[in-house]
Design a binder for this molecule. Structure first.
Ligand SMILES: [Fe+2]
Length: 169
């Protein structure tokens, strides 16, 4: 998905126009899948479990990740405003910058999680890792149910966006 956003920003930078449905689908993914599912999965399921296994909430990686989730939310909100502006006025300057900021922030966040937090989590949780994995899945499912969506919906959304962005031959 970050790749699709990057391609969108590149197209806009090249002066190409990006159709409204692509922009709207990207925002829907960002807002619902990333913010609702990714953030709450970690904040409601993973982090409390790590805390109960002794990882402090304050001053450590958990606090850092929660802070970064807040930043992602703010950057996504900015991107939504600049996207609305682009769709109304065709002025892509703000949107290009906001997409770049969002993509940079979220990729560095995901890298930190994948290479540091999740490795620490595996060590801390050891035997419980499988149970925690299940809880994370349950949390994601319940958030998706609240949204009335499925993981398949978001997988298809990403592939629709990517094929919508693919250069037509
Ligand atoms: Fe996260």
């Amino acid at each position: 998905m970050l790749r699709a956003l990057t391609v969108t920003a590149e197209m806009l930078r090249d002066g190409k126009s990006v159709p409204a449905p692509i922009i709207n689908q990207s925002l829907e993914f960002t807002k619902n899948f990333m913010l609702v599912c990714h953030h709450s999965k970690e904040e409601e399921a993973l982090f409390p479990t790590l805390e109960s296994h002794g990882m402090p909430r304050e001053g450590g990686p958990i606090a850092r990740m929660i802070f970064e989730h807040g930043v992602a939310k703010d950057l996504a909100a900015k991107m939504e405003i600049s996207a609305a502006k682009y769709l109304q006025t065709n002025d892509a300057g703000g949107l290009i910058m906001d997409i770049q900021n969002y993509v940079e922030h979220v990729s560095s966040h995901l890298t930190k999680e994948n290479f540091r937090l999740f490795m620490m989590a595996d060590m801390i949780l050891k035997a419980d890792a499988e149970k925690v994995g299940k809880n994370l899945e349950i949390s994601e499912q319940s958030k998706l149910a609240e949204l009335g969506k499925t993981r398949g919906h978001y997988e298809k959304l990403v592939s629709d966006i990517e094929s919508g962005l693919a250069p037509s031959s």
